[in-house]
Design a protein around this ligand. Sequence first.
Ligand code: GLN
Ligand code: ZN
Length: 794
Amino acid sequence: MSNINNIKAHVLGFPRIGAQRELKFAVEKFWRGEISEGELAQVGQTLRRRHWAWQAEAGLDFVTVGDFAWYDQILNTAALLGALPARFGFDAKRLSLPQYFELARGNTEQFAMEMTKYFDTNYHYLVPEMSSKTTFDGGVEWFFDEIEDALTQGHQVKAVLPGPLTFLWLSKCKEEGYSKLALLPSVVAAYTRVLNKLSALGVSYIQLDEPILALQLPNDWIAAFESTYRSLAGQGSVKVLLATYFDSVAEHAPLLASLPIAGLHIDGVRAPEQLATFATIWPENKVLSLGLIDGRNIWAADLSKVLGILQPWHSKLGAQLWIATSCSLLHVPVDLAQEASLDAELKSWLAFAKQKLAELSILKQALNGQDVSAELEKNQDAQHARRTSKRIHNPAVAARLANLNQQVDQRKSPFATRQADQRARFNLPLLPTTTIGSFPQTKEIRAARAAFKRGEVSAEHYEAAMKAEIALVVQKQDALGIDVPVHGEAERNDMVEYFGEQLAGFAFTQFGWVQSYGSRCVKPPVLFGDVSRPNPMTVAWSSFAQSLTAKPMKGMLTGPVTILQWSFVRDDQPRSLTCDQIALAIRDEVCDLEAAGIGIIQIDEPAFREGLPLKQAYWAHYLAWAGRAFRISASGVANDTQIHTHMCYSEFNDILPAIAAMDADVITIETSRSDMELLEAFSGKTVTGKAGDGFVYPNEIGPGVYDIHSPRVPQVNEMLRLIAKALEVVPAERLWINPDCGLKTRGWPETESALANMLAATQIARRAIERGEQLLIDTAKPGTVVHGSTCVCH
Ligand code: GLN
Ligand code: ZN
């Protein structure tokens, strides 16, 4: 307890992209050949140095080094250890920057490394490829160069890397019968060399991120922690801080307390309940880093409340107590100060990465006995204002939620009745054709919207331009012979932002960018208050589109779960409650569309699966409230109004009953990239041993028959082959024909050709079914390979 006035503060990582997305723009220029490698390197160094300087200036005890990457930090780790995908044939020790980008983006011979979501975040990492032959003999020295640079800048350095077990867990090994855990000794040996080198450089701490501890891990992986960290502990003078985050690791507390590590970081924001467990078990001579500043959300912390939590820990641990962000700040935007369009009150409720450094600084000073009463008072005033603000709390929304009728999430009749009523109303042909909603967002459309937003063209002018676009899209679909056309979504910038802008309770930032993958960033809306829908949002566009065709126009909405998932949402009430509020707003829109004569309405839920908690034990709870929210949005309509939903990912097996429980009349899903294999899950044929086994999806299904992620035009035979495969598992009466996802990222020529081929394939299939013939199919599998399990077209 001697050093009680020496609490340490640190962040687990800082966003690398830059407050103005400098890294994105520089990297993209480098790809286009507009700047040299030297110029790119300069931009990277400037950003790293700036972010370290901010950490030092805020009074943090370390700058965190190793969180920078030109594309992705997991790829960087593979490059550091020398474990590159063998198929590229690169020399790991001499990997050049262009080659590094080829691993991430593919080249003429090799497809890119697979990309997938980092735990339950919207950050996508590149999946390292392992085999029994993978070696870890060392690779590029970038990590050490950055550390030396930080040391030269006079900083106290804490290095950070993914922990060896998490690194291996995130890798894939497709070799039959080979467990990647067998590679652990070689991985540990490689980390050992890294740690020794860090010791030689004089680095005092390395943070090894092991978020897999928050999952429900298999026993052999848990057991591996003991030996792994015993090996790493004795390496030179560098001390190991094992970092966990995103959920509780309380079940591993005894194991973690016994490991020969210098310290542990736990997430007190996502899993505050685990603090009680660690309070009783954590040894007083080891560092415990408490993550109490939210690294996943943009709200200013309630500093007095956090201090209240920290006080007893401070008395117990003294200088062994560290305070930190819950996880890396990679998941929040960089700097609130540049937001000119947000009002001062709203800004006082928010903290981006740079502001979170200041919060840590205030906490540290308070615990170390310095006078920060003015800062604390200011913080308390803002917190109080937020708790009581009329901008946040809308009594009408609360009253409506409190008085919901038990049946609010139920359609009037079961599916079979609805199906009969809908057939009578629409009289669609066998294998009805449709698309997922968006048509090409051309340069002209984007330019028109940008000019309108800048106030350069009038609302009338903009509306006329969008109507012309809608008319074009409707006319093209009629010419192609699509049975259920759409209006094309020309008026939408983004499927969440478009609705957020028209709903009460949302705010928008100018620079609130968060890295999604590589150079790509997203700017999620800020959902700060009770949600309601003052006016219809899509009715005028859909009605206009319907007036142009005799076919049933499909209305197009984004679902409540997706709006929730792709926004920064309030932390002062459960997510499920916020989701119900959005659901009611969407329900109002659905009912208004119906009243305006739109008989088919699609409610997109591409982010439904993303909301799944990390621990499977909590899945049922999430699926229950998320499914109910979707049903609330969809259930206000008559039997003969047809509700569609759409999802674009390919892992359905384990949540299929929950998807069926959403009770959409039609679901369109991504299937072409998996060669229709996931459809087996819908037919009860799967043999995975998971929950979908033997479960037959009861309603209508539109499995995507072509991949929209590439400009390649699939041939009639290829689509026919997929249709035939689909018909093996879904009866023709329940099968729809459509692409995998929306077409907004495509150009017109390939869109028209691909849809024409899709219609031609459908005609052939219909004729064969009518005549009771077998479909004649070219059995060669088309050679497209596109990777990643998540659709990133959002
Ligand atoms: N309706 C949306 C579109 O077509 C769906 C997008 C998505 O699923 N990500 O663009
Ligand atoms: Zn999609």
